[in-house]
Write a protein that binds this ligand. Structure first.
Ligand code: NDP
Length: 249
């Protein structure tokens, strides 16, 4: 089935690689117009060319989303460009794994700002228009780490448990405005995410763990998001937890 998102306007954060890139393509394949945000302009431009080929009339938004003001700006620019925003996919994130006793708090502050505060800021910016139109869908990317806390992942878990809690509170505040909120909790996905783990022993450990399993692909998460945003508007998929078959915890 094609064109299930015809005339829908989406914004995907963290679209320059991995899950965000696959999601932007999946939404475009179903007819959505798609704005894409991240820091790497070259990667966004490459994706924009593919999206344009699908008729998605892409809008490239280069932004450092560790800054709340930038998270709000990209929402406002999307609305100004297309006239509204229907689907906000809050996907941009980093995973800085390290033991608490050795943790670099500057790194963790950055992760909290990006994974939590900016997600809150972009959501807040989108709500005003969604409320007026009584139409909108916010999809927040959490993680298995938002349901299961593992050693070496204390602050990452804090951000992803935070996203789960935020999403459910938000849903209960806005369901009467016909705004849907979905939170997605993937297990191990084969993306660049682990490359940015600065603590060497933790990076080695997580890569070794990934090597023991058949990982999820970014397209698997994009499919899941697509499922959520293509339900009839009386159906709200609140939460999806998905792991590789081979992943125990
Ligand atoms: P990637 O590293 O491939 O993608 C992360 C995206 O976030 C990139 O597009 C990156 O773009 C963007 N990003 C990072 N920092 C910033 C910033 N300061 N400002 C703007 N954009 C930024 O990893 P994934 O696709 O795996 O990650 C996407 C989401 O999925 C994250 O929230 C992650 O926590 C979550 N997740 C991933 C899992 C996995 O195993 N891979 C499992 C569970 C959840 P750029 O660098 O160009 O700015």
């Amino acid at each position: 089935m094609k064109n299930r998102l015809k005339d829908r306007i989406a914004l995907v954060t963290g679209a320059s690689s991995g899950i965000g890139e696959a999601t932007a393509l999946a939404l475009a394949e179903q007819g959505a117009k798609v704005a894409i945000a991240a820091r790497r302009k070259d990667r966004l431009d490459l994706l924009a060319a593919k999206l344009a080929g699908l008729g998605a009339e892409p809008l490239v938004l280069v932004a450092d989303l560790a800054l709340e003001a930038e998270a709000q700006r990209i929402v406002k620019e999307t609305e100004a460009h297309y006239g509204r925003l229907d689907i906000l996919v809050n996907n941009a994130g980093v995973m800085y794994l390290e033991p608490v006793a050795e943790a670099d708090l500057g790194r963790w502050r950055h992760m909290l700002q990006l994974n939590v505060l900016s997600l809150i800021a972009s959501t807040q910016a989108a709500l005003a228009g969604m409320r007026v139109r009584r139409d909108g869908h916010v999809v927040n990317i959490s993680s298995v780490a938002g349901r299961v806390a593992n050693p070496n992942a204390a602050a990452y878990a804090a951000t992803k448990f935070g996203v789960v809690g935020f999403s459910e509170s938000l849903r209960r505040e806005v369901y009467k405005d016909n705004i849907r909120v979905s939170v997605i909790e993937p297990g191990m996905v084969d993306t660049e995410l682990r490359d940015h783990v600065g603590h060497e022993a933790s990076r080695r450990a997580v890569n070794a763990r990934a090597g023991e399993m058949r990982q999820l692909q970014a397209e698997d998460i994009a499919d899941t998001i697509l499922f959520c945003v293509t339900r009839p508007d009386y159906v709200c998929i609140n939460e999806v937890l998905l792991r590789p078959t081979d992943q125990e915890r």
